[in-house]
Design a protein around this ligand. Structure first.
Ligand code: NAD
Length: 470
């Protein structure tokens, strides 16, 4: 099954990169292995009054940094191996993004669509209680976040459950990120993963030499993009690609089928239509393709899988016609799929970089919750005073008044969201430069090997600094 191959695929990516390091085998085994797993089964009352036994997991992949961090997935495909694979990716993603956490992941084996709000709430609150019982959650222990099938509402219920069961915890809201703003979430977290994926693609496509090698002009503007999955990640990536990048979104793939429109789709309009009608079918001005995943193989410049793992495999990689595959989802290209894409000269932007925007902004949220103060409160007044002084000095020196429209723009104070987005941009740009430099200077086959190599070295160094592996 695809999900069993997912863990193997992640481990093969690890082994391929680890072969380029100088670390001893024992240390590399420790970096590779998953440190702890908790497999649980608990009863939850359904709306009908029936009791359903729910199976769920939490995997903490690496304790080289604490807390561990990673999303919670609601899906009927969840398995222990899948949860470990996703936790493994989280460790390396955090290292790539320079976020001081170990990797973790949670999975609850339920169909994410069609659950009533009440049943969802009872499941997530009980899951949280189970995690508390075994010390698998806490601001300095393990900090969940949203993933496939979960969002702000579930994170809010986790925070509330934790706060009420751990009454002596000084910063209980730091036990989970991706919370609603009203529960000490952070502006920008909702769109962070998708926006980060856009920033990754933009940064990558600005490298003229690489684009020339792919037969593309540099820059994202006007490039044809196909997106798989219009959930949190795919929707926000699509909006940013269209509005900020001026890319042409020519295809959108969902569970029930896909839309194709060579002249471009309006992502917001497609999203609103699907929210209203529950399907892409019937969206005006586009062709509906019932066999949705066939659109993965349509001609485009950038393919953005943003749904699930193992979507591009040995079975279809030979037919992919994109020049760049940007892994906004976790593990959408498996090891064999990547080998074939590589042979065909198709560039893959690896997941541990491309979707690192979510954990980056989660880190900011965690810091804010630990500190008990928002970022803008600390700096905005000081920044405002400095700007007023600079504007006054310019006017004095030039003996001219700055027009009101320019003055207003200059004096506008940064809000918390501006600061978060700027820091996200900086993180994604810097991480790309590091990966790209490693790829080229160490003559590695591709960017995934470079990203894994950098991440493995960072984790291994950390173990050595702790004196565990002198
Ligand atoms: P989501 O539940 O919000 O959205 C997933 C979307 O994919 C849904 O709209 C669903 O209908 C669609 N989908 C499911 N199966 C499909 C199929 N076969 N073809 C096309 N579409 C399909 O989930 P999300 O949070 O957007 O996560 C998507 C991916 O991104 C996952 O791999 C997740 O692990 C990864 N990711 C998410 C975050 C985050 O912050 N949410 C962070 C990092 C990585």
């Amino acid at each position: 099954m695809a999900r069993d191959r997912f863990l193997q695929s992640v481990q093969r990516y690890f082994d391929r990169a680890a072969a380029h390091t100088r670390y001893r085998p024992g240390l590399l085994r420790q970096v590779r292995t998953c440190n702890a797993v908790y497999r649980m089964r608990f009863p939850v009352r359904e709306d009908s009054g029936e009791i359903r036994v729910i199976e769920a997991f939490r995997a903490e992949h690496s304790f080289h940094r604490m807390p561990t961090k990673g999303g919670i997935r609601f899906s009927r495909r969840v398995s222990l191996d899948e949860t470990i694979a996703l936790a493994t990716l989280m460790t390396f993603k955090c290292a790539i993004a320079g976020v001081p956490f170990g990797g973790a992941k949670g999975g609850v084996l339920v169909n994410s669509s069609g659950l009533s709000a009440g049943f969802r709430e009872r499941i997530i609150r009980r899951y949280t209680a189970e995690l508390i019982r075994k010390n698998f959650i806490g601001p300095d222990v393990d900090v969940p976040a949203p993933d496939y099938g979960t969002g702000e509402q579930e994170m809010g219920w986790i925070a509330d459950t934790y706060k009420n069961l751990r009454v002596n915890e000084p910063s209980p809201y730091a036990c989970v990120t991706g919370k609603p703003l009203s529960m000490h979430g952070i502006p920008g977290r909702r769109q962070a993963t998708g926006l980060g994926a856009y920033l990754a693609i933009r940064t990558c496509m600005d490298v003229a030499a690489d684009m020339q090698a792919l037969g593309l002009t540099p820059g994202i503007a006007g490039k044809r993009v196909i997106i798989q999955g219009l959930g949190n990640v795919g929707y926000h990536a699509g909006v940013a690609l269209q509005n900020q990048g001026r890319a042409l979104i020519v295809g959108i793939i969902e569970r029930e089928g896909a839309l194709h429109a060579p002249d471009g789709l309006d992502v917001q309009a497609v999203h609103d239509y699907r929210q209203l009608h529950g399907t892409l079918h019937g969206f005006p001005g586009a062709t509906f393709v019932a066999e949705g995943n066939s659109v993965l193989e349509y001609d485009c410049d950038v393919l953005v899988p943003a749904a699930l793992e193992s979507q591009i495999t040995g079975g279809n990689a030979g037919r992919i016609r994109a020049r760049i595959v940007a892994e906004a989802a976790n593990g959408p290209v498996d090891f064999e799929g990547e080998r074939i894409l590589g042979e065909r000269g198709i560039m893959v932007l690896p997941d541990i970089y491309t979707n690192a925007g979510g954990v980056t902004v989660s880190y900011f949220e965690w810091l804010k919750n630990k500190a008990g103060v928002s970022f803008d409160r600390m700096v905005s007044r000081h920044e405002q005073m400095t700007k007023i002084q600079i504007v006054a000095a310019i006017e004095r020196l030039t003996d001219q008044s700055i027009p009101d429209s320019i003055r207003d723009r200059l004096l506008r104070s940064l809000n918390e969201e501006d600061m978060v987005i700027a820091a996200l941009d900086q993180t994604m740009t810097q991480a790309f430069e590091n990966i790209h430099q490693c790829w080229k200077s160490r003559e590695l086959p591709d960017m995934r090997t470079a990203a894994f190599l950098l991440a493995i070295e960072a984790v291994a160094e950390s173990y050595q600094q702790h004196g565990i592996f002198p």
